[in-house]
Design a protein around this ligand. Structure first.
Ligand code: BEZ
Length: 386
């Protein structure tokens, strides 16, 4: 995309009088939405897309942004190939997206070397804002550590002494459980056992649930999202496991908690957004989202929405070319549906509240009831050198 200055220079070079050239108030920005639209995380990709589009539409700025979408299938090699296509062939100014930590890990070096800003709207890969950070990667979603460290401390402080952990066997699963376990044991808890299940392939959680129950742990703590979360929670219910279930809040997300049914009741979890937050910013967002989509927004919708707001703010502050967008993104801060947020320029990761919630049956079905708020959670620099 050409900058406004480039268009003006071209008009002059072509001998056109400046007054005769109709220029838009802002030059176009070409955005590559790089998300899973098929596979176990397809619903997440669609929710992020809806949130992103809603931010741009609400602002009345759809004519300023042209959007190319690519399906990563949540597979690292596919994600990298799609990132290369968006940058080298479509010549996007900025990419938005990535759901899987594995895909983000695979894309990181290409994003950095091609100097194309990437607004991360989900993938929590700790390394992308830690030792593999880049001035071109800015995250408006969460890091895997940011969601789970507070829950490790909270559970130990709330009387849980031993925990059995389960998660899918890929980078996000490992990082979420490592972060949780480090904080839980530092606060005096003990890990009774831990297993990783094949990612996107585990249909039968029975053997894992049996091992968790027979470990005698006070609680089970898991990370599952998308289709894996639905299967896991349903099977937890049908095996009638008595050990209480805790998790990263993706487990009983508003996006799919209805599909999990009553088995989700009583699951307690931590997350950076729940739609029941009692703030004017969130109420306005929930009303607008309900009016447009007829469903409650999820954390994924908010991440897409905030990616759209952050992109518009960066374009307004710096202009539409890659360097300016990358330089302006770390300065973004505002109070949005999830509360106050800012980007930490030392890591380019978001700083935000983490909410502990209980999954309960409300008047309109299953919902997330706020139990506790851990304010302004910020990651350590963890080896990041911009
Ligand atoms: C991840 O791979 O980072 C991830 C995927 C789904 C939900 C949350 C995190």
């Amino acid at each position: 995309m050409k900058s406004l200055f480039a268009k003006m220079a071209m008009a002059t070079a072509l001998g056109l009088g400046m007054m005769s050239v109709q220029l838009p108030a802002h030059a176009d920005t070409k955005v590559g939405l790089i998300l899973p639209y098929t596979g176990t995380y397809a619903a997440l990709g669609n929710a992020i897309t809806d949130g992103f589009n809603m931010a741009i539409e609400e602002a009345g700025r759809t004519d300023e942004f042209s959007i190319v979408t690519e399906d990563t299938e949540a597979k690292p090699p596919v994600g990298l190939a799609k990132a290369r296509k968006l940058v080298l062939q479509d010549k996007v100014d900025v990419m938005v997206g990535v759901v899987s930590s594995g895909v983000l890990g695979a894309m990181r070096d290409f994003v950095h070397q091609s100097q194309t800003p990437l607004i991360v709207a989900n993938a929590g890969n700790n390394l992308a804002t830690g030792e593999n950070c880049s001035p071109y990667i800015v995250r408006v979603s969460f890091s895997n550590g940011q969601i789970n460290r507070p829950m490790g401390t909270w559970m130990a402080e709330n009387g849980i002494k031993t925990v059995y952990t389960l998660a899918p066997d890929y980078s996000a699963g490992h990082q979420m459980i490592e972060s949780f376990s480090a904080a839980f044991t530092a606060a005096g808890g003990e890990i009774a056992g831990s297993e990783f299940t094949p990612f996107g392939q585990t249909k039968d959680f029975g053997p894992y649930l049996t091992n968790a129950q027979s470990s005698g742990a006070d609680a089970i703590f898991v990370f599952y999202a998308g289709g894996g979360a639905i299967n896991f929670v349903k099977q937890y219910g049908s095996f009638d496991i008595k050990t209480p279930l805790f998790g990263s809040g993706f487990l009983t997300s508003p996006l799919y908690v209805a599909a999990e049914g009553e088995a989700a009741i009583g699951v307690r979890a931590s997350l950076h957004y729940i739609p029941t937050l009692d703030t004017p910013e969130n109420k306005a967002f929930v009303d607008a989202f309900m009016a447009k989509h007829g469903t409650m927004p999820s954390e994924y919708s908010v991440q897409g929405y905030d990616a759209g707001l952050a992109l518009m703010a960066a374009v307004d502050a710096g202009g539409t070319d890659k360097e300016n967008i990358a330089a302006a993104l770390p300065n973004v801060s505002y109070v949005g549906p999830r509360g106050a947020l800012e980007i930490d320029p030392a890591t380019n990761n978001i700083v935000q509240n983490i909410y502990v919630y209980d999954t309960v049956m409300g008047d309109d079905g299953l919902t997330q009831k706020l139990i506790d708020t851990i304010p302004s959670v910020r990651d350590d620099v963890a080896g990041c050198q911009m």
